[in-house]
Every structure is written in C-alpha cells, then in structure tokens.
Design a protein around this ligand. Structure first.
Ligand code: FMN
Length: 388
C-alpha cells in the first residue's frame, strides 16, 4: 500500500513565517520592503518577480522533496487554478496539479475538453479537487444562489456528463441541471485518462455525490474519532454502489526538531494575531457542514494559545494564523510522523500537507518528516495487514 503525499500551493499568498500574520509573499498586502514576489529593487521599484515565479519555486521544492503533486485552492481571492496549473507544469517534471474548482461555473463538455487537453499536454498530471461551495457571501461572489443540496445535485450531474463524454462514443443526458445530446470528445482526446477526482464536503449530500464519483474522499483534519466515523460512512455508501472509496486528509503541520520549538512558534504566532483577526474568529456565515464541523472545534473565545490545544500534538487555532481550517498538527518531526501514521491506521490513503512558509516547509517536511513515516508500531501493523 503506498500513501500519496501532496503539498498545498498557496494561491492566496504566503507569510514568511508562521509567527507573523502579514502576507508578505505575493501582492495581497501593500508592496513594501521585505516583500517577495513581487519585491522591490534597491531603487524601490517592482523587481519583476511575479507570484507565479514563487509558486514555481514551491512546486519544484515539493517535487524534489517527495511530494507527488500540489493542491491549487480556488477562492474569490486566489488566482485561477486552471491557469496556474499549465504554467507550473512547464516548470516541473512529474508533479501533479490538483485543480480545485466548482463544477457549477463551467460547462461540463467544455470542461472535459479542457481537462483532456491538459492531460495530453502534461503527460496525465491533472487531478481535481471538486468543490461545491459553502454558501454565504463567498458563494454569492460567484453569483451562485443555489441552495446547498441543489449545488450537490448540479455537481453530480456535471460529473456524470464529464465522464460520459469521455467514453469514446456519442453521449446523451437529460438531467435537472444539464441536457446533452450526442456529445463526445474527439478520439485523440478521449484516449487520455480521466483525471483522478478528489471530492470534498462533509454534508450528507456531499457524501452521496462523493460515493458516486470520487476516487478520493477528502476532508480537513478533525478529531480522530469523528474523522474515522466520517470515512466509514463514505466508504459504506460507496460499497453500496459496488465501489471502493479511498480517503484523504488536508492538514497543516508545524514540525520542528523538538516539540518545545514547535509550540513556541505557535505561541508567538498566536500573540501576533491582530485584534481584527481575533474578532473574525468564528468565520463568515456559510451553509457548509464541513465549515460548521471546524467551527464546533473552536471555543467561543481564545484568550491563550494553549486554550486551543485539543489533543496530543493537535492545535485548533490554525485559522487565526493563516485562514482556512482550524485543526492542525504541532510537534517534533517524530511526533508529526506518529500523528500521520495514526491517521493512516485510521483509514487515510493520502494526504495534502501544508506548512508556512510553503517554500521552506516543503523542504523541511519532505526531508525531515516523510522519511520517518511507517516506523511506528501502528503503521507497520497496518501495512502488514494490507499486504496479506
Ligand atoms: C480539503 C478541502 C479543501 C477545500 N478547498 C476548497 C477550495 O479551494 N475552495 C472552496 O471554495 N471550497 C473548498 N472547500 C469547501 C468544500 O468543497 C465544500 O464546498 C464545503 O465544505 C461545503 O460543503 P459541505 O456543506 O458538504 O461541507 C474545501 C473543503 C475541503 C474539505
């Protein structure tokens, strides 16, 4: 059994350190001395180093340090993953690009054609994170006011067609959201592999859609028993449809030579969180079940950094330091590897890891944490059982 490790490519900017809140990599904050991509020359002018150049450095570092590919998130404040991916593909050799996208905003037949072209151009390195949107202001930003379960209905139909037109013969479909008659990809394009589909969302509607179409069901980190439960539910649904579901986890790590150093960085980071960020601690309104499950992990107030320790080597305040989900892993290199081993034992088949700053942490985690995996009794037992 092999476990695939992806790295996150921060299309929403990056910080030079987890200890400081400001986005000084990329142009999400005002351009000032110390910024990277773009930065300033000695004369105070834009140095011409674009953010895509920085992402390329991260992709190359992750590729060389043992990651199979990178997740390219998609939010209103990010660059577009469909555009970023082929640019980065030209800078790497085998690195896969996990494009996050909301199916509702694309035509499924055209999306199949774009994807097949990407597969052809990159030697089959395209992977998808199919997202269905969390409602609230960020969904309206896209002009999408569909209700939660309708969005999943639309996603399922989109993927029915996406796969259908790839099958090498004319395809008809008469759905609630889409109708298609006699559509198919050209012979040349339909020879390409359909990209692997990773699917995120924690609601019942999401699990149902995932069971039909996901190669990997993807979750943020949650308390381990809760996560094991969710994985069991999605695996059961897929089995009812005659398939086998793989599961994956997206998680941030703060991995340091010693546990004390790791918690020290968390403490300093927490102390540097601005009042404005603290005020938004509970996040924007959303109908996302996954986001609600993350919110439920947050105490109503976080006065001290250690109020947010929710388990051994688990910290629930990551959203304060860099946005996104709350829970992440903090510890020595060995402890971080042990936590990943435990998650493998509990059913994780793959991971998307992240750390701030993404460039340096790709090297660190690739070189210091990944080689320690599989040494704990839990994983060794798991691997032996899988081999039987
Ligand atoms: C690992 C992971 C990554 C996600 N990435 C994105 C993203 O890049 N953009 C986005 O809009 N939503 C993203 N989401 C949100 C979900 O895809 C989904 O739309 C949201 O959780 C609402 O669905 P739910 O109510 O079924 O949980 C992500 C979710 C997970 C678990």
């Amino acid at each position: 059994m092999s476990i695939d490790f992806y790295w996150r490519l921060p299309t929403h900017g990056c910080h030079a350190s987890i200890r400081r809140g400001s986005y000084d990599r990329g142009d999400w904050s005002p351009l000032q001395p110390g910024n990277v991509a773009p930065g300033l020359t000695a004369q105070g002018e834009d140095d011409g180093y674009r953010y895509i150049d920085h992402l390329a450095e991260i992709a190359k570092a992750a590729e060389l340090s043992g990651f199979i590919g990178g997740l390219i998130p998609s939010f209103p404040n990010t660059d577009d993953p469909w555009v970023i991916s082929p640019l980065l593909a030209r800078e790497t050799k085998t690195f896969r690009f996990m494009i996050a996208f909301q199916p509702g905003f694309l035509d499924p037949v055209h999306a199949a054609r774009i994807s097949a072209s990407l597969q052809r151009a990159t030697g089959g390195r395209t992977v998808f994170n199919v997202i269905t949107g969390g409602g609230g202001p960020s969904q309206l930003w896209w002009g999408d006011d569909f209700a939660h379960d309708d969005r999943y209905g639309r996603t399922t139909e989109f993927l029915d067609i996406f796969r259908g037109v790839w099958a090498g013969k004319p395809f008809d479909y008469d759905g609630r959201f889409y109708q298609v008659e006699g559509e198919q990809l050209s012979d040349l394009l339909s020879r390409e592999e359909v990209p692997e589909i990773w699917f995120s969302g924690s609601s019942e509607a999401a699990l149902q859609s995932a069971a039909k179409h996901a190669d990997y069901y993807l979750s943020w980190l949650e308390p381990y028993d809760q996560l094991t439960d969710k994985f069991a539910r999605v695996k059961e649904r897929t089995a009812q449809l005659g398939g086998e579901q793989k599961c994956a986890i997206r998680v941030d790590l703060v991995a340091r030579p010693t546990e004390e150093e790791a918690w020290r960085d968390i403490r300093i980071g927490f102390e540097n969180v601005s009042d404005a960020t603290r005020a938004q601690w509970r996040g924007q309104p959303t109908d996302s079940v996954g986001a609600a499950r993350q919110s439920a992990l947050k105490p109503t107030e976080a006065k001290r950094w250690d109020d947010l320790i929710v388990g051994k080597n688990l910290w629930g305040g990551f959203n304060l330091l860099r946005g996104g989900p709350a829970l992440g892993i903090v510890g020595s290199y060995e402890q971080c590897a042990e936590q990943l081993d435990e998650l493998i034992q509990r059913g994780a088949d793959a991971f998307i890891l992240a750390g701030t700053p993404h460039l340096e942490e790709a090297w660190r985690i690739g070189e210091e944490v990944l080689p320690l995996l599989g040494r704990t009794a839990a994983t060794t037992q798991n691997l032996l059982e899988a081999a039987e």
